[in-house]
Design a protein around this ligand. Structure first.
Ligand code: LLP
Length: 419
């Protein structure tokens, strides 16, 4: 990753040393490279240049305000999944007409707020939701722009927890119900049909599942239009994977070139295209820095542990998906490495960041978990009453503290004693 790498023995994020950042801002610390985010966006924009399109950054991947601001300024729209995300992205001045609202459990309150600010589209995930959205919009004297999220029933070949396009997933409207649901949408007074969408999963490293989903979606588009409805846009969701260790996902422009070729070949080249990339825009731009608190050598050939000050509450992916993320020392030592399980202080055996990692580290050193820019801080919790980490955005030789470390007092500020 060009903006996160070693200069001599020191890990750098753009022009700044990771160890110095850890000393200056404390640990655990998320550090992001601004240039890396912009570089990840560029191939998406390049491949879509000259076509009607909207890139809606899936802000669940990393919803720090400064990150949202960066993508808004770069011309992106946003894919949101809650009222909280809506308020967050409005707080950076994002254009509501570039926001698509996804998610299978939108509340009436969330719908009303999104209608009031004028989001571009609701991605509706069930027939029941469609009825409620129409009712809410009608009650407000509006028509809600809708796109149905269809479930193409393709295997994205990713982890079961982040695969979303299979029949038995809770997401989307079954392919065979799609046409009937569109007909119903067209009848409802509070709705205006504007598009169709799908999202088949996350951390996808192959092109084939995207092409399969595309064919299924275009079949539907044709059937829906044959039934007399008009669809302005086709939203192909997000899901493009990144390299954590040895994965080799296609580059965004390679994926897009293949999708666009198919779209054109089937005569849909005039349609506006939407995408909802999250991880691929921010994942490789971030590291999680953490101090080595203690080294616990294995007893009788058993495991050795490297106890660090970051834990599962800071970075859930290893505990939740057995995700493998690179872990490196921020200062390379000329010493033979030893093999450790890198674990946090939380009282759960599932609290580990990496297993069987060769590291040459001493107590007090700083390690970096790589590719932690996506689904790191955004999934962090306060378990064990641990305040969430600070976040720093590096721009060249400048470090901006974009989120302060949570204080203990802040954690219980909203709680009340019995009177
Ligand atoms: N659109 C929809 C409707 C989604 O559900 C998601 C992600 C995205 C877009 C963005 O997908 P991406 O481009 O980031 O793959 N926490 C998990 C990933 C969960 C993804 C959920 N949906 C992880 O850490 O791997």
């Amino acid at each position: 990753h060009p903006h996160v790498g070693y200069r001599g023995t020191e890990l750098q994020v753009e022009q700044l040393g990771a160890r110095e950042l850890a000393q200056r801002f404390g640990t655990p610390l998320y550090v992001y490279s601004k240039q890396s985010m912009l570089d990840a966006l560029a191939p998406w924009q390049r491949a879509l240049r000259g076509r009607a399109h909207l890139l809606c950054y899936a802000m669940k991947a990393n919803s720090n305000l400064a990150v949202l601001q960066l993508f808004a300024q770069a011309g992106c729209g946003f894919d949101i999944v809650s009222g909280g995300e809506l308020e967050r992205v409005l707080a950076v001045g994002a254009d509501p007409r570039k926001i698509v609202f996804s998610g299978l459990g939108k509340t009436r309150t969330e719908m009303a707020r999104a209608l009031q600010v004028g989001v571009r589209c609701f991605n509706v995930e069930s027939e029941a939701e469609l009825e409620v959205l129409s009712e809410v919009a009608h009650g407000l004297g509006r028509r809600a722009p809708v796109s149905l999220r269809v479930n193409p029933d393709v295997d994205a070949k990713t982890h079961p927890y982040i695969s979303t396009g299979l029949k038995d997933n809770k997401f989307g409207i079954a392919h065979e119900r799609a046409l009937a649901t569109y007909r119903r949408a067209a009848e409802l007074p509070g709705l205006e049909v504007v598009g169709i969408d799908c999202h088949i999963g996350s951390q996808i490293t192959e092109i084939a599942p995207y092409l399969d989903a595309l064919e299924r979606v275009l079949d539907l588009v044709e059937a829906i239009e044959a039934a007399g409805l008009r669809l302005r846009h086709v939203d192909l969701g997000g899901g493009l994977g990144i390299t954590y260790t040895d994965e080799a996902p296609p580059a965004a422009d390679v994926l897009l070139a293949q999708l666009l070729a198919r779209i054109d070949a089937r005569g849909h080249g005039h349609r506006e295209l939407l995408f909802e990339p999250g991880r691929s825009l921010v994942g490789n731009a971030g590291v999680l820095l953490s101090e080595v608190l203690y080294l616990k050598p294995g007893v009788d050939g058993g495991k050795s542990f490297c106890v660090v000050d970051a834990a599962m509450n800071d970075l859930m992916r290893p505990a939740m998906y057995q995700a493998t993320m690179g872990i490196v020392a921020t200062t390379l030592r000329d010493e033979p490495p030893r093999v450790y399980d890198v674990v946090g202080p939380v009282c759960e055996s599932g609290d580990w960041l990496g297993r069987d990692r060769a590291l040459a580290v001493r107590q007090g050193d700083v390690i970096a978990v790589l590719s932690a820019g996506a689904y790191g801080m955004s999934m962090a919790s306060n378990y064990n009453s641990r305040g969430r980490a600070a976040e720093v955005l590096v721009d060249g030789a400048q470090a901006h503290l974009v989120r302060e470390r949570e204080s203990a007092a802040g954690l219980f500020a909203g709680e009340h004693l019995l009177s």
